[in-house]
Design a protein around this ligand. Sequence first.
Ligand SMILES: [Ca+2]
Ligand SMILES: [Ca+2]
Length: 212
Amino acid sequence: MQRQSRYLRQNWRTVPCTHFHAFSHCVWSLAWGLPPCIAGAANPVYFSTNGEYYQVIDTHVTWQTARDSAAAASYQGVPGRLATVNSQAENDFIVSIMTGVNDSYWVGGFQDHSAPDYSEPGGGWRWITNEPFTYTHWRPSPVEPSNFGGNEDFLEVIDSSQNGYWNDLASNSVLSGGYIIEYTPEPSSSLLLGIGVCAALLRRRWVARRTV
Ligand SMILES: [Ca+2]
Ligand SMILES: [Ca+2]
């Protein structure tokens, strides 16, 4: 019981509802006035290429709800956010962990109508993290982004049934899949200490050479 309580204290925001602790976890959360577990949450999966974790949430919500829910989630003390996709390898990984069939999932891309480069359908796309929106994987046929209906400003990634392609979609769309959370761990304090020591040693050698 003690072990279970510790597990829940560490993971209450991301424990999957399908987890065998789910029922007691939800009761525990309600008793303490905390948000319940995330409906449809799979376990976060580690991506060794960038050292980050990604979590598939199979729940049918709008992009804004997905953004807010992802920002409220945490895993092992690391805050979550909607995933941003910066390479083919990252897109491939995200698609590989999607749990449904013929599904699609929200990620953290949106169209900023106030951006200087805004135009429909392909201008002014941004990530919620302000990372450069350089890598893209829009569907080539039918061509996306399409701004179909005049209000498609949010990014979904379609599963492997459509090669992980991207599509712009309206904010109030509720997807057949859900959304993807990304957790970016901070560099550990020991790593930062190691970098600092190396920098100090290199500087000492550089100063010693200059004084020879
Ligand atoms: Ca649009
Ligand atoms: Ca579209």
